[in-house]
Every structure is written in C-alpha cells, then in structure tokens.
Design a protein around this ligand. Structure first.
Ligand SMILES: Cc1cc2nc3c(=O)[nH]c(=O)nc-3n(C[C@H](O)[C@H](O)[C@H](O)COP(=O)(O)O)c2cc1C
Length: 242
C-alpha cells in the first residue's frame, strides 16, 4: 500500500524529515477517507445501535427526498430468505394521503378498541392520538411483505415457515432503515397498526394486492429527546451459552 502511493514514489529521494511529513500527510488522507464511511451521528457502531431510539413526535420540517432514498437503500441490503427480498415499501409524504390512511385505519381501530370493551371516551382519545401521530409525521414508510417470489412447498408447515422467514427478514429491513435514519440525523418510530388491517391499507393507497402491509415507520426530525426504555441485563437474555 505504502510503496504503491504515487505521492511517496515521486518523492523517494527526499530526506528523513520530508519522509516523516509525507507519511503523516498520507495517514491523514487515509483517515479522512475512512471517516466518510463511519456513522455520522455516532462514532462507533455500538454507539449507533444504543443511540437509536423510538421517536413519536417530530418537528414540522420536511425530509429531503435524497435522505428518504438513503433510508430505503439501507433496507435493500438486509438479509432475506434465498436473497429474494420479500419486501416492498410505500412512502407517504403528502398530507392528503396521510389523512386518507388515518381515516381508513381509524375505522378498524375504533372497532377493535370497542371490541376490547374500552370506554367510548378513551377510544376517542386514543384514536385522535394515533391520527395525529400519522398526520404529523413528515414521512411514513410502510414496509409490506411480498411473498410471490418465495419458494412453494406442497405442505402447509414449510409454507408457513417460508412466510415466517419473510417476516423475520422484513424486521431486518426495518432495523436497517431505523439505524440509517438515525445515522442521517433523523429519527423514526414504529407503528404496528397496518398489521391489523393490511387490506384496508392496500385499498386506501391503491397498492398491488399482493402486498401485505406490516407496519408504519414514521420518519422526521425529533421534536424532543424521548425517554428510553431500560434493557434487561444481557445475562438474563442468554438462554444458554454452550
Ligand atoms: C414489532 C414492533 C411493533 C411496534 N409497535 C409500536 C407501536 O404500535 N407503537 C409505538 O409507539 N411503538 C411501537 N414499537 C416501538 C417499541 O415500543 C420500542 O421499540 C420499544 O419501546 C423500545 O424503545 P426504543 O425503540 O426507543 O429502544 C414497536 C416495535 C416493534 C419491534
């Protein structure tokens, strides 16, 4: 690597002090190049993983389309069964589409909450809270399962396992997006609501009927730092180590 540097080759006959300076300059260039690929918001991967947080309230500030595409690009590199990438994404930024979606999903939420026996006043408050969360999110990414290109099995068991793998992979794609959003100085939140009414979301947004919406990932600039949830100690998560 050193010998192949044109800068150093050109100056091979210079004295010791010159060499020292040349090597130092070369190292700075290398370090700077490396720095570009490091996370922007956190200095290490571990700090990035621990820094990412669920944000539920955003500033009234639009997100540049390039940043949204970087977030989607991160999803593209997630692991997937047979490398088939069984996920597609719908992106909403326009207020009228967010309103339409909130209205349509609201009908299902209301039915579900009433079915749970919740008081009508509580139902009203919770519905309005969710509605505002959707309307005020600058960007909403809806990850959808796309199972059409997965393997087909004659038995139900293995077919169900194939679907489970696709769902696991969707989680990996979502995590990639959350981390990329955070690294870009944005924040994101996860709303599971579409899981309970995928057909409503497909219908409202006129999506391909082969898509199965799984969640809503709200993205924007955090309005405030949220409280973080504590984590269980690592020792309690390891079911067995050997
Ligand atoms: C599958 C899944 C579904 C979730 N659904 C919701 C949701 O509907 N609403 C919500 O506010 N947060 C939701 N979350 C976010 C979690 O509440 C959050 O990740 C958890 O409290 C840990 O907080 P942190 O993300 O800040 O570390 C969901 C997370 C996952 C993985």
């Amino acid at each position: 690597m050193w010998a192949s540097s044109p800068f150093l080759l050109r100056n091979a006959r210079k004295g010791r002090r010159y060499w020292k300076k040349a090597i130092y300059t070369y190292m700075v260039i290398q370090t700077n190049q490396r720095a570009v690929t490091l996370p922007a918001r956190a200095k290490t991967l571990s700090a990035l993983l621990q820094g990412r947080r669920s944000v539920r309230q955003f500033q009234d500030r639009a997100v540049d389309r390039k940043l949204i595409e970087e977030i989607l690009e991160a999803a593209r590199w997630a692991p997937s069964p047979h490398g088939r990438q069984p996920w597609r994404f719908a992106v909403l930024t326009r207020p009228e589409l967010k309103t339409l979606l909130a209205d349509r999903m609201g009908e299902t939420w209301q039915r579900n909450l009433e079915m749970d026996g919740q008081e009508s006043e509580i139902v009203k408050i919770r519905l309005e809270k969710s509605r505002q969360r959707i309307l005020k999110a600058p960007v909403i990414i809806i990850p959808c399962l796309y199972l059409e290109e997965l393997d087909r099995y004659p038995d139900e068991r293995r077919q169900a396992d194939e679907t489970a793998m696709a769902i696991q992979s969707t989680g990996a794609a979502i995590q990639n997006m959350l981390l990329m959003a955070y690294d870009l100085g944005l924040d994101a939140g996860w709303m599971c609501a579409p899981l309970f009414c995928p057909e409503v979301v497909v219908d409202a947004l006129e999506l391909d009927t082969h898509l199965i919406p799984q969640a809503m990932i709200t993205v924007g600039y955090a309005a405030a730092d949220p409280k973080r949830r504590d984590r269980l100690p690592l020792s309690s998560l390891i079911a067995r180590f050997d």
